[in-house]
Ligand binder design. Structure first.
Ligand SMILES: [Zn+2]
Length: 424
C-alpha cells in the first residue's frame, strides 16, 4: 500500500468518549484532506483517501441524475465580466466574487455560480416545447471570495465543486420539476445517512440586494409554497435568505454542535430566462419564455463530504469508505494469498489494500484498519483452502467463505450502497 496514505499511515487515536466529530480534525487524522499556506486558506486539497470518498459520492450523484433524466455538461470556471453583468451577479453579488483579471483588453471573472453558463448553453441551440423539461446538470467548479478569517476545513472554502443542475421547462412544468428535485434530495439523504433538520422557504428581506420585480417574486414564492405543501414536509418561511434573483427552498443540516447550514436548494426562477432572453418554440410555432428550476441535491461536494465525515465519525458506509477491504496476512507465507485476494477485489471494482507484516504486528495492523469495513485475516488454513474469514468493522465475524464468494458478497453490499455491512 502507498506509504503515508494507507491504513498504516493513519494517526487516529481512540476517542470513544466523544460523539461530536469535527471534520477538520478527522480529515487530518484520517488523511482525507489538508491545506497548505502556500496554496492558501480556503483552498484545501484532497489526499488519496479523501479523493476516494469524493469520487464515490460524485459517481453516486451522477448516476442518480442520469436515471432521473438529467444530461451532464462541462463548462469553464471563468467567464467574461459582461456575462455576470447580464446575469445580475455583478451588481448584486460582486462582494462575494474575486476581482476580475485583465487579459488582452478583456476582463475575466472566476464564476460565482454555474447558472449563466448553463443559460448560454441552452441558448446556443433552438429548442422545441417537445424537448422540455430539459434537465442540464454539472458537477462544476465555482469560486467565492470568503474572507480568510472564516475559513477552515471544507465548509467555508474559496474554490467550490458544486453539484448543480438547471431544468429549463414551461411554467406549467416548474412545480412538478421542483417537487421531483425535492424527492431526489430526500432519497439521497436516506442513502447517505444525512438528516434534514429543517426545510426553509427563503424569502427576500429588506435592503437593495434583490432584483426589483414584485410580480416575479410573487409568482416564484407562490409556486415554491405549493411545492412545499405538496411534498408534505414541515417548513418555515424565513425572510432575508433568498438568492438575489428569487426565493428558494433550502434544506438545512446541522453539525454536531447544532450549527445549521444549507446543503441542498431548489429554486424556481423567472428572472434569468428574461435576462438571457431564453425561449422555446411552442406547438403553434410561437416563441415562449421557459422557466429555470435551479436545484442542487448535495450542494457543494466540500460541504457534503465535511458533513459525511462528521455524521459517520470517519466510519463511512462500505460504498463510501476510502478502503473497503484490507487483506491482512498473518505472516510472510500468506502474503501471496492476501495479494491475490486484493487483486480479486480490484477486479470487482472494490478499493482494497494489503497490510503485510512490514506494517507491524498483526494486532497493530488490525487496529490501524479498524475503520475499514472488511478485514480479511489470512492464516495458513485460509491460504491453503482459498478461503476468507472476514472480520466486519462492527465486530461481527461471518463464517469463512471461498474467496470468490466473500468478495462477491462485499461487492454486492457496495453496489447496493447499503448501510448494512452484511446481509442477514
Ligand atoms: Zn443556478
Amino acid at each position: 500500500m502507498p506509504r503515508g496514505f494507507g491504513v498504516s499511515g493513519t494517526r487516529l487515536t481512540i476517542r470513544e468518549e466523544t460523539t461530536v466529530h469535527d471534520h477538520r480534525k478527522l480529515g487530518r487524522e484520517l488523511d482525507l484532506f489538508d491545506t497548505d499556506p502556500l496554496i492558501g486558506s480556503g483552498l484545501p486539497y484532497w489526499l488519496p483517501a479523501g479523493a476516494a470518498v469524493r469520487q464515490a459520492l460524485e459517481q453516486y450523484i451522477l448516476g442518480v441524475e442520469r436515471r432521473a433524466g438529467y444530461r451532464h455538461v462541462y463548462s469553464p470556471v471563468l467567464g467574461k465580466r459582461e456575462l455576470y453583468e447580464i446575469s445580475g451577479h455583478w451588481s448584486h453579488y460582486s462582494e462575494d466574487m474575486f476581482p476580475p483579471m485583465d487579459l488582452g483588453g478583456e476582463q475575466l471573472v472566476l464564476r460565482p455560480s454555474l447558472c449563466p453558463h448553463h443559460a448560454l448553453i441552452y441558448r446556443s441551440r433552438a429548442h422545441s416545447y417537445r424537448e422540455l423539461p430539459l434537465r442540464m446538470a454539472e458537477l462544476g467548479g465555482m469560486h467565492r471570495s470568503e474572507l480568510s478569517g472564516v475559513l477552515g476545513g471544507l465548509t467555508r472554502v474559496r474554490a467550490i465543486q458544486l453539484n448543480d443542475a438547471h431544468i429549463f421547462c414551461t411554467p406549467e412544468q416548474a412545480a412538478g420539476e421542483a417537487l421531483g428535485a425535492l424527492e431526489l434530495i430526500r432519497r439521497a439523504y436516506a442513502v447517505l445517512g444525512i438528516q434534514a433538520v429543517r426545510y426553509r422557504l427563503s424569502l427576500p428581506g429588506a435592503g437593495g440586494k434583490y432584483v426589483a420585480d414584485p410580480e416575479l417574486w410573487e409568482r416564484s414564492c407562490k409556486l415554491l409554497t405549493e411545492v412545499l405543501e405538496a411534498s408534505g414536509v414541515p417548513y418555515e418561511a424565513v425572510e432575508g435568505e433568498a438568492a438575489f434573483y428569487g426565493p428558494k427552498i433550502d434544506v438545512q443540516i446541522a453539525d454536531g454542535a447544532g450549527r445549521e447550514s444549507t446543503l441542498s436548494t431548489v429554486q424556481i426562477d423567472f428572472h434569468q430566462p428574461e435576462r438571457f432572453d431564453l425561449h422555446y418554440i411552442s406547438a403553434d410555432g410561437a416563441k415562449h419564455r421557459p422557466v429555470m428550476v435551479h436545484r442542487s441535491i448535495i450542494g457543494s461536494v466540500e460541504r457534503a463530504v465535511a458533513h459525511l465525515i462528521e455524521v459517520h465519525g470517519g466510519a463511512f458506509p462500505a460504498w463510501l469508505a476510502p478502503v473497503q477491504l484490507v487483506a491482512v496476512p498473518i505472516s510472510e507465507a500468506e502474503v501471496p494469498a492476501a495479494a491475490a485476494l486484493v487483486e480479486q477485489c480490484l477486479d470487482q471494482g472494490l478499493r482494497a489494500e494489503l497490510a503485510g507484516p512490514e506494517h507491524g504486528t498483526l494486532g497493530a495492523r488490525i487496529r490501524a484498519a479498524r475503520l475499514v469495513p472488511y478485514q480479511a485475516v489470512i492464516g495458513a488454513r485460509e491460504a491453503s483452502a482459498g478461503a476468507v474469514a472476514l472480520r466486519l468493522r462492527d465486530g461481527r465475524r461471518p463464517e469463512a467463505l471461498p474467496a470468490g464468494e466473500a468478495v462477491g458478497r462485499v461487492a454486492a453490499v457496495v453496489a447496493a450502497r447499503s448501510s448494512e455491512l452484511w446481509g442477514g
